[in-house]
Ligand binder design. Sequence first.
Ligand SMILES: *Cc1c(COP(=O)(O)O)cnc(C)c1O
Length: 410
Amino acid sequence: MKKSQDKLTRRKLLKTLSSLPVVGGLVGTGLLTPQMMHAAVETPASRNFFKELGLRTFINAAGTYTSMTGSLMSDNVLSAITFGATEYVDLDELQDKVGERIAELLECEYATVTSGAFGAMSIGMAGVLCGMDTSKVSQLPDTTGLKNEVILQEAHNIGYSQALTNVGGKLVRVKTAKELEKAINKNTAMLWFLNANTEEGEIKREEFVAVGKKHGIPTFIDCAADVPPVENLFKFTKMGFDLVAFSGGKGIRGPQSAGLLLGKRKHIEAARLHTPPRGTTIGRGMKVNKEEVLGMLAAVETYLQKDHDAEWKLWESQIKLISDSALSVKGVKTEIHVPPHANHVPSLRITWDENVVKITAEDARKKLKDGHPSIATVGNKDTIGITTWMMVPGQERIVAQRVKEVLENA
Ligand SMILES: *Cc1c(COP(=O)(O)O)cnc(C)c1O
């Protein structure tokens, strides 16, 4: 580097550093050594990035939404991530070992850590399309010469199946078991089931798996948001699904951009052919770093060890607290419910007579979001929807208070 350029870069760096809270005072004093500069850009524990960036954080009374940055990771997971950042390791070897460990914990044949449930579906599909034929891997999403049809139920086609079409899968929609049998042909690559919409579809899981087995076609189930219950981590591989996808950053509370692909070794090994470090693959952009791989392992271990009954009771009591608080306002009604599949947690629906409580649900939710502290909820034009499982314990009291205030002062 030329001298003048060197100076310029240094000046630029000093300017940048002077805007950082800790270093600012040292810039220009001549006391800033390169070592100190390096140390200075390290993050003091007290640094509030969100505040610095002008971002408002909020209490998550909504649930596990990607737009709301998913779930919060536990200390165990954070420790694993921090540990992972301290040394180098071979990425494939790490995935091999962690895959074995997770498979052992979840009592399935094999496993791998993916870039979310969506990434698990894409690489799972890619693996099914190409098998172990490495000469085919780089042709995706072009499926010339490959079986490429994926059959799913009409009621399961809610958007996530794009993970399959992205890599070359072609969707074939059916409604009944009869139609399913009829749709199967020599181009059928896979059968795909969306667990969240189990009730909406006519064909149930066991029957779906049986059809796949009968025709020798692999079956895949999307269980992204399906813990709790913890048993689901075991249930669907044991039921006979060849591949099962879970989100890492929902109920398991691992890294938000990680996920799990569980199931048959031959399909997961085929899926891995499409993932980094291998390039010229459709999955090259679905990289999972070593920190996330370890974070996911720690999250699975932590989740398995949890006292699930105690956690459930906590959620129930939190929901009741908020419900009672809302009910103390005249004209308000609440309903506590548990979705049968996906986001299967105690949930609260708050409605009211708008002649008595003169605010729309949308405006009430906006008031909660814009208030202090900010509270994110879900809902539609008639309801406020609340869950407590993504809250930090204690926040339920603030939510109970704020909901009451907003409705009372309407
Ligand atoms: C959240 C979700 C996904 C996507 O999961 P990511 O882990 O965010 O990639 C896929 N399918 C369903 C049913 C989901 O709820």
